[in-house]
Ligand binder design. Structure first.
Ligand code: FCB
Length: 458
């Protein structure tokens, strides 16, 4: 490995206590789906259906992190990150989603946490990264309220085992994506195509978050956040049709998930009226104060009115949006693109953070960027360096403008199972060979390691 910096210009200096980390998730890296008493997840079942995963793969082995975690922890140590965001697989800990806790499942996370602490890396578990236990999915999954209650019981079990060593928690990852892609459009597990009837899944995930916060606090946890995906929505034009479409998209992808958490209300009363259960009481649970708010940022979205002549679904970075939706994605011109086709717009990160300050003001807790990254092939991944360098500079601008951002996590440490895309999209700082599963640090890994050393020099 070379130690020569790849980037010509050092990054601006971040605060001394800024948290630097990388993120992964259990269903994308662990594999070992039938070991240690793990139950089935909705993703196991979804990926087994021919045609669901674009490259015909599945995540039964994934990148075998379950067995190779010591090597992966060594990579984290060498990289020099202070924190590692991983997810705990609910079906590993509670195989049927409710009922008996599987001690052997918790043993794995026990070993992982100990290995991280021994390497000087702070463990930051996410309790749910889309792998709903299949037994619960068969009873309606997140469309039913009980799933939120079972989630809180599972959170309690994890905190009971790991809470003596884990001091930072994330409840959910991206409830917006699970609602839209999993229950609305059927392109992710559980493959339901309910369109707007998927909304209860949003409410129940938010309720699950709130109940899990209560469970974690009851176990003494004092540092809790959530990882929500957000990005600026740009109207395709100033026309009323386009701005109305863009506002609706923004409401569904951004405000539907941020307003209840930060303001204790849904962004639209008509929409709240569609949600099941005692919504006003639930909102009190959902909006309990958070210690920080996690944002996964990848790209802005340009949105316009639907095209009445559209021949078929619009392709939005791999996601197919049916023409009957009341909004349609439009190309963003003038920016480079990742291999996934996502536009690279670092300035939109600064814009997003400014928008959050305007919208939520004093109700906004400190922010942590819990995911940011890009898919590019190759070991000599200069484009990824340019991407990370650009986004970190944009983040620094937000800090300089007074925004309280406390940390930044790169998605991802390793190439992994990118959901319906299979293994074709490589987001890792470390390359993983599909045949041998050998790990090889890319140029971006060395760049980040050098940048972190530079930051540590103060
Ligand atoms: C996010 C997911 C994460 C990963 C990245 C590329 O939406 O949270 O698991 O797939 O996108």
């Amino acid at each position: 490995m070379t130690t020569a910096p790849v980037s010509p210009k050092p990054l601006p200096r971040f605060p001394r206590d800024f948290v630097w980390g990388v993120s992964t998730s259990a269903p994308q890296i662990e594999g070992a789906v039938e070991e240690g008493g793990r139950g089935r997840s909705a993703w196991d079942v979804f990926a087994a259906v021919p045609g669901r995963i674009k490259d015909g793969s599945d995540a039964r082995v994934a990148i075998d992190h379950y067995h190779r975690y010591p090597e992966d922890v060594a990579l984290l140590k060498d990289l020099g990150v202070g924190a590692y965001r991983f997810s705990v697989a609910w079906p590993r800990v509670v195989p049927d989603g409710s009922g008996a806790v599987n001690a052997a499942g918790l043993d794995f996370y026990d070993r992982l946490v100990d290995a991280l602490l021994a390497a000087g890396v702070d463990p930051v578990p996410t309790l749910f990264h889309w792998d709903t236990p299949q037994a619960l999915e068969e009873g309606g999954g997140w469309l039913v309220r009980e799933t939120a209650e079972h989630f809180a019981a599972y959170a309690d079990a994890v905190a009971a085992r790991l809470g003596d060593r884990v001091h930072r928690w994330i409840t959910l990852n991206e409830p917006a994506e699970l609602t839209l892609l999993g229950y609305g459009l059927g392109q992710h597990a559980p493959g339901r195509q309910l369109v707007f009837d998927a909304l209860p899944a949003a409410h129940h995930q938010l309720l699950g978050h709130g109940l899990a916060v209560q469970a974690l606090r009851a176990r003494g946890a004092g540092n809790i956040g959530i990882a929500n995906s957000h990005g600026p929505t740009w109207a395709a034009s100033a026309s009323e049709a386009d701005t109305t479409a863009a506002d609706l998209y923004d409401l569904l992808l951004n405000r539907l998930f941020a307003d209840p958490l930060l303001l204790g209300r849904y962004p639209d009363e008509g929409l709240a009226a569609l949600l099941p259960g005692p919504v006003a009481d639930d909102l009190k649970i959902i909006s309990q104060p958070l210690d920080w708010y996690g944002i996964n940022y990848y790209q802005p979205t340009r949105v316009g009115a639907p095209d009445p002549d559209a021949a078929g679904p619009a392709d939005f970075g791999g996601i197919l949006l049916p023409p009957e939706l009341p909004f349609a994605p439009r190309e963003i011109e003038g920016f480079p693109r990742t291999d996934f086709g996502w536009p690279v717009v670092p300035g939109a990160l600064t814009e997003l953070l400014e928008t959050f300050r305007e919208r939520y003001g004093a109700s906004l807790p400190p922010i942590v960027i819990t995911e940011n990254g890009c898919s590019y092939d190759g070991l000599d991944d200069g484009e990824r360096i340019t991407f990370l360098d650009g986004h970190l500079r944009a983040l620094h601008e937000a800090l300089a403008a007074g925004l309280d951002v406390r940390g930044y996590f790169v998605w991802s440490l390793l190439d992994n199972f990118e959901w319906a895309e299979g293994y074709a999209r490589r987001f890792g700082l470390v390359h993983v060979d599909r045949a041998t599963l050998a790990r090889t640090p890319k140029s971006s890994y060395r760049w980040l390691r050098d940048a972190l050393r530079d930051q540590a020099r103060g």
